[in-house]
Write a protein that binds this ligand. Sequence first.
Ligand SMILES: C[S@@+](CC[C@H](N)C(=O)[O-])C[C@H]1O[C@@H](n2cnc3c(N)ncnc32)[C@H](O)[C@@H]1O
Length: 411
Amino acid sequence: MKKKYQIEIEKQDHFGRGLVRMNQIPTFIENGVAGDICEIEIIDQKKNYQIAKITKLLFPSNDRVEPSCPYYEQCGGCHLMNRSQKKQWKEKEQKVKELLERIAGIQEIPLSPILSKNHFFYRNKVIFHGKDNQLGFYQEKTNLLVPIDFCMIVKKEINEVYQQILEFLKANPHDSIQKVMIRTNSFQDILVAIEGNLEQDKILSCLDSVSSIYINQKLIKGTGYLIEDIFGMKFQIYPTSFFQVNYEMMLEMYRLVIHFYQKKQHQTVLDLYCGIGTIGMLISPYVRKVIGVEQEKSSIQSAKKSKTRNKIPNIEFLQGKVENYIDQFQKIDSIIVDPPRNGLDSYTIKNILKILPETITYISCDPSTLARDLKILSIRYHILKVHPLDMFPNTYHVECVVFLKRQKIFV
Ligand SMILES: C[S@@+](CC[C@H](N)C(=O)[O-])C[C@H]1O[C@@H](n2cnc3c(N)ncnc32)[C@H](O)[C@@H]1O
C-alpha cells in the first residue's frame, strides 16, 4: 500500500496541474484544482519535485465542474475541462502574467485578455490515430491508443465524418487506418487525409459528403484544398498548411492586428512565419508593402494564389526559413512574427534588433518562449499591450498577441 497524504491544493502550475509544497518539495497533482482538499498518492519521485494523483476528493474546490467528456481521464488532451470557464480564463491570464514577470522581468504588464466565445466544438482540424481497426487519440505522452467515438472540442461536422469512418472500419474489418486528418472550414466543407490500407472505392462511397479526400497523400477526390473566408478575403488551405484551429477566436486575433495597422499606417512590413499569408494580406490595405516569409512550400503556393484571387498588389512572398532571409532586410517599419512554439531563434532575434523597426507584433502560442524573447526585445522596445487569447478552451494552451514600440532613445 502506497502512503497517502491529505493536502489542500494551493495553486495551478502552467500545465493545468494542482501544486502544493510538501516539506518544501513542489508536488504536482494531476487534474488537481486550487482549493481542492484531497487525499493524494505520490506516483513519481524526481530529484527536485514529485508527481501525485488524487486518490480521494474530500472537499472539491468551488471552481470544479464535472468534465462533460467521457474520455477526460484516459485521453488527457483537455487538462482544464474539470474547472469552470471563468477559472480557465483566470488561470491562463495568471500564467501569462507570471511567465512575463519571472522570465522576462516585466512588471506592470499591460494585459488585456480576449475571452473565448466557444467553449466546446471549436477545433476545425483534428488527427485521429488508428490501431487494430480502432481509432482514437494517443494518451498524453504515451503511444497508448484511447479509442473514442467523438471529441467534445472538435467541430460537430468533423465528428459526423469521423462517425462515418468508424462505421466504415466496422463494416470492413480487413481495412486499416493508421492516421486520419479531418479538416473543415466556416462553410462546413470537409477535407479528409487518410493514411492506411483500404479500398478506395469503398471509402469514397462511404464519405460521399466530403469535398476532398487524400489517401496515402494521393488526391482521390475534389480540389485537394478548402477555401476559407476571412473578412471577405478568400484563402486556400491544403492538408499540410498551417491554419488557426479556432476560426472564431482567429477572427478576434486578426481583428486586433488589423486595428493596430489601421491606426498607424506603416510603409514596409515583414510578415515572418506567414503560413498561407492571412495576416499580411489582411493588413495590406493599410501599408505600402508587405513581405511574407514561410518555409512550407504548399503554404507559400497557397499564399501566392490568394494574392491573385484577392487582387492584392502590394504583397510578395518568399519561401524558406526566416533565419535564411532575415539578414537581407533593411528599412522595415514593422515586423510581425508568429513563430511555432519554440519561438524565435537567436540569429533572427539579433537581426530584428539590427533592423530595429518602429513596431513589432509578436503572436505566440507558447508564453514561456514569448517571455524569453520579450526579455531580449524589451532592451529596445516598450510593450504597448499583451493580449492573452483563449484560442484553445479546455486545454492549458494560450495564444498571445503582443504589440511593441521602439523606445525613443534609440531612434
Ligand atoms: C504559428 S504558424 C503561423 C502562421 C500564420 N501567421 C497564421 O496566422 O496562419 C507558424 C508558421 O511558421 C512556419 N515556420 C516554422 N518554422 C519556420 C522557419 N524557421 N522559417 C519560416 N517559417 C517557419 C510554419 O510552417 C507555420 O506555417
